[in-house]
Design a protein around this ligand. Structure first.
Ligand SMILES: Nc1ncnc2c1ncn2[C@@H]1O[C@H](COP(=O)(O)OP(=O)(O)OP(=O)(O)O)[C@@H](O)[C@H]1O
Length: 470
């Protein structure tokens, strides 16, 4: 550099595409090239030693000299033209001593190009925004919930009634029974129906990310965080509904934070100090026995009470077999569209088989079985051979049903939940269940069962008859 005279340096700078300004740490102008001075109708003599904000319109040079954070390709209006400005801190021996700024004088053609590009970006942005908004709208209504059985109709009616309230709802039921569908329908017919419906599966998000997904994060909250931070789903769902699916899988530490957010109706984004008010309705769902989890201490009792203001228990498909036909018809209509088929039907033997099956995966399993069948279908009737192997193996299935029913019966009486009713009714309930359990244990031998229960054979037979145990 020593070889270059001042004239050479001036000339080199004037040949560059960019104009240059240098400030010290206080934001005082130390250098500004001649073309820049000409552009803002001033001279070098006039600007040197002045605060940069008194010299250049809309400058941020004094800020960069303080924060040490570079700013690249920023639009800066000067003298009625839009400039593209970049600002860099000057760091010497680890200390910020000032800042250097460059501006481009785009020629009018470039400027027009810029404007068009920006307009295109604005158009794209509003298109994507409306797509995201559509995505956040709940897609299902009560009309999409198919089922004619009394138990299903009863729960659907109840869900319709409670959709008008703003209380939290806890939906329980086995996997694939339609809990998410119910949550959608409740949101849709609630006063929040025009606002977003934001589902989140608590089981599929790693523990360390769950908080930032729900509550968002501030700029620089952790390594890998997006610049400028990110809104949490509670904020995205503003005025709408947050659907917390698989709530039973939420880690205890997160349960405490969620409880605090619901009690105080505000959240604190990760890495931030400020709190953000929230206005959302919570619908939670789980296929787990959450009451048992509370008893075992794996789910917070206080959070359970807060979520369980209204509880909906969706019946499993095996307990409403009358719905299988109508559900199959609806699902086949849906699948016909997907697979370009028409008039697909179930053969009577397949329908009969469906009624015998225990459907551990409920409606989702039925949907999968039908989709598989339609894929291998020759004509338009789904027959025995179009079923998956496990449905064609009757014997094993029967054993499964037996096991499942045993399981269901065993769980039927939860002592902490015994109803308040005349004592003799409760005694009868427990007596009946004990006889069933004992008969299962003795594999049907009544004699052994009577012995184990310590009662006579006649008395045992009488009780079986009275309780309808065959
Ligand atoms: N009553 C119903 N009418 C129409 N479709 C249904 C019904 N119940 C469930 N389905 C369909 O079954 C599938 C599973 O439903 P959904 O995801 O709501 O179940 P879920 O109980 O939330 O399951 P998981 O516990 O596994 O999350 C979906 O494709 C849904 O559309």
């Amino acid at each position: 550099m020593k070889m270059l005279s001042r004239e050479w340096l001036e000339e080199i700078i004037s040949l560059l595409n960019e104009r240059i300004v240098v400030v010290n740490q206080e934001g005082i102008v130390m250098y500004m090239d001649k073309a820049y001075c000409d552009f803002i109708n001033t001279t070098m003599e006039e600007v040197i030693g002045k605060p940069v904000q008194d010299v250049i319109e809309n400058t941020r040079m004094h800020i960069v000299a303080k924060t040490g954070k570079e700013e690249i390709q920023d639009f800066q209006p000067i003298n009625g033209s839009v400039m593209v400005a970049s600002r860099f801190p000057i760091v010497i021996d680890g200390e910020i001593v000032g800042a250097v700024g460059t501006v481009n004088f785009p020629d009018p053609e470039d400027l027009r190009g810029f404007k068009n590009n920006i307009q295109q970006l604005v158009n794209d942005l509003s298109y994507y925004r409306s797509e995201v908004e559509k995505e956040l709208k709940s897609k299902y209504t009560f009309d999409d919930l198919v089922g004619d059985s009394p138990s299903f109709k009863k729960i659907k009616e109840f869900a319709k009634v409670i959709s008008g309230s703003d209380s939290s709802v806890l939906i329980t039921g086995e996997s694939g029974t339609g809990k998410e569908l119910f949550a959608n329908a409740i949101h849709n017919s609630s006063l929040r129906g025009h606002h977003p419906f934001v589902p989140i599966n608590c089981a599929s998000i790693p523990e360390e990310l769950l908080e930032s997904e729900l509550f968002g994060y501030e700029d620089g909250a952790f390594t890998g965080a997006k610049k400028g931070g990110k809104k949490g789903l509670f904020e995205v769902a503003k005025n709408g509904t947050v659907f917390l699916d698989e709530i039973g899988d939420m880690p205890l530490s997160m349960q405490s934070k969620l409880l605090r957010a619901l009690q105080e109706r505000e959240i604190q984004p990760v890495g931030g100090q400020k709190t953000v008010p929230i206005d959302v309705r919570i619908i939670a769902a789980t296929h787990q026995d959450i009451q048992k989890m509370v008893e075992e201490g794996t789910f917070r009792k206080d959070l359970y009470y807060r979520l369980n203001v209204i509880q909906l228990e969706i019946p499993s498909l095996r307990n409403r077999k009358e719905d299988i036909k109508i559900l199959s018809e609806m699902l086949l209509k849906k699948l016909e569209k997907k697979f370009y088929r028409k008039g697909v039907m179930l053969s009577p033997e397949v329908l009969e088989r469906f009624k015998q099956h225990s459907w551990p995966g409920n409606v989702r399993e039925l949907e999968n079985v039908l989709e598989r069948a339609i894929n291998v279908l020759d004509d338009h009737i789904i027959k025995w051979n179009d079923l998956p192997l496990y449905l064609r193996e009757l014997k094993k299935e029967e054993e499964n049903v037996h096991q499942q029913e045993t399981h269901v019966k065993r769980d039927e009486i939860n002592l902490s939940l015994l109803p308040i009713q005349p004592l003799k009714d409760t005694v009868a309930m427990v007596e009946k269940q004990t006889i069933i359990n004992t008969l299962e244990f003795t594999r049907g031998s009544k004699l052994k069962a009577a012995q184990l229960l310590g009662i006579g054979k006649t008395s045992f037979y009488d009780k079986c008859k009275a309780y309808g145990i065959k």
